[in-house]
Write a protein that binds this ligand. Structure first.
Ligand code: NAD
Ligand code: TDX
Length: 336
């Protein structure tokens, strides 16, 4: 039985990953999260009494606090999700992105080395590769050409991980994934925002001409890839994960409206995101060939499941939108 320190486990992908690990195997999980606006412990309400699960509140950029966490828990493996993750916020102010994504990653690498963590899994993104035109795919050999403050901070963190492998011979793997969607995604990202707005009869803001393309992957397919990379990935390697589902934003928005039985008159074209990447597309051949991984969900079934989840879990996203979710930690954990 190994002890896994999951950073950012109260966020969207991290909470899905923690739940997956608790459903099988015998790992003990420490969920380390600062509970920023994006951290929501209600995402893990169903597992919080599991005896293999423990929550610790902490800021990954705080070296002293991280020293205490590593000294107490001595993790065998670190799976690092914690990040500032929203591109639009990074355009407004990149400070927290550099602090958490770059400095936070460096602190975790230092502590992992000091406390002899066996493996460090760094969860990164396709956005570090930049933007594609109409043709081609990102492979693990594609040069890093990040364009937004968010993706540049993730690229910097990837390079710190690379340095830890080459300089300090640490056992790290980097995963890079395309756009995730599914249950518990914060309703600032395209799919949950559009679903929640449509359900409330609000306008759906589509940036620019709506023809930017993203490759969508259902969140548990990404989590399975990370689990495989954690167990069987080779030290120093990068693994791309994509969902085989390239779609224009406007197609995704119209599909959501169709599934909800709402009219397209809710669509509202707005000013484009500054520096908006045009297209992302992933080549996941390496992960398929070497990890035996493959995404299980088609976009159509994943989107239907996701829309159903948001319809059935209105209370979850209404508590996010009202800010009520931020009182949960105090109530359940007494502010510890
Ligand atoms: P999220 O914003 O939903 O969650 C991030 C979590 O990190 C939150 O729980 C937050 O409280 C925590 N956090 C932030 N700053 C922290 C700090 N200083 N110390 C400790 N915890 C902190 O993000 P997500 O969408 O779940 O993404 C998780 C990871 O996956 C990120 O590293 C992101 O770059 C990467 N990723 C995301 C996607 C996607 O489509 N969402 C795709 C590829 C890669
Ligand atoms: O209101 C919106 N209107 C709109 O047209 C929003 C929020 C987004 N968009 C567009 C911008 C993008 O082309 O939809 C697309 C998806 O936008 P986001 O959901 O903000 O995701 P993106 O910018 O592609 O980044 C995501 O995928 C990679 C995650 O947020 C990152 O954390 C991840 O690394």
């Amino acid at each position: 039985m190994s002890k896994i320190l999951v950073t950012g486990g109260a966020g969207f992908i991290g909470s899905n990953f923690v739940r997956m690990l608790l459903q099988g195997g015998d790992h003990r999980i420490v969920n380390l999260d600062a509970l920023t606006y994006a951290g929501n412990l209600e995402n893990l309400q169903d597992v919080e009494r599991n005896e293999r699960y423990q929550f610790v509140r902490g800021d990954i950029a705080d070296a002293k606090a991280m020293d205490a966490v590593f000294a107490e828990h001595r993790p065998d493996v670190v799976v690092h999700f914690a990040a500032e993750s929203h591109v639009d916020r990074s355009v407004l102010d990149a400070t927290a992105f550099v602090r958490t994504n770059v400095i936070g990653t460096q602190v975790l690498l230092d502590k992992s080395r000091q406390y002899k963590t066996q493996r460090f899994v760094h969860v990164s993104t396709d956005e570090v590769y930049g933007s594609l035109g109409a043709w081609g795919y990102f492979t693990e050999e594609t040069p890093i050409q990040s364009n937004s403050p968010y993706s540049s901070s993730k690229a910097a963190s990837d390079l710190m991980v690379r340095a830890a492998v080459h300089t300090h011979h640490m056992d790290c793997v980097i995963t890079r994934c395309s756009n995730n969607y599914g249950p518990f995604q914060f309703p600032e990202k395209l799919i949950p925002l559009m679903i929640a707005n449509a359900l409330e009869g609000k306008k759906l803001p589509v940036y620019g001409d709506g023809k930017n393309v993203r490759d969508w992957i259902y969140v548990t397919d990404h989590c399975e890839g990370i689990r495989e990379a954690m167990a069987n990935g080779k030290a120093g390697e990068v693994y791309n994960f994509g969902g085989n589902a390239e779609r224009e934003n406007i197609f995704v928005v119209k599909e959501i409206l169709r599934l909800l039985g709402k009219g397209e008159d809710l669509i509202h074209y707005v000013k484009d995101r500054p520096g908006h990447d045009r297209r992302y597309a992933m080549d996941s051949t390496k992960a398929k060939a070497t990890l035996g991984w493959t995404p299980r969900h088609t976009f159509e079934e994943g989107l239907r499941q996701t829309v159903d989840w948001y319809v059935q879990n209105k209370a979850w996203w209404e508590r996010v939108r009202s800010g009520a979710y931020q009182t949960y930690y105090q109530q359940q954990y007494g502010g510890r």
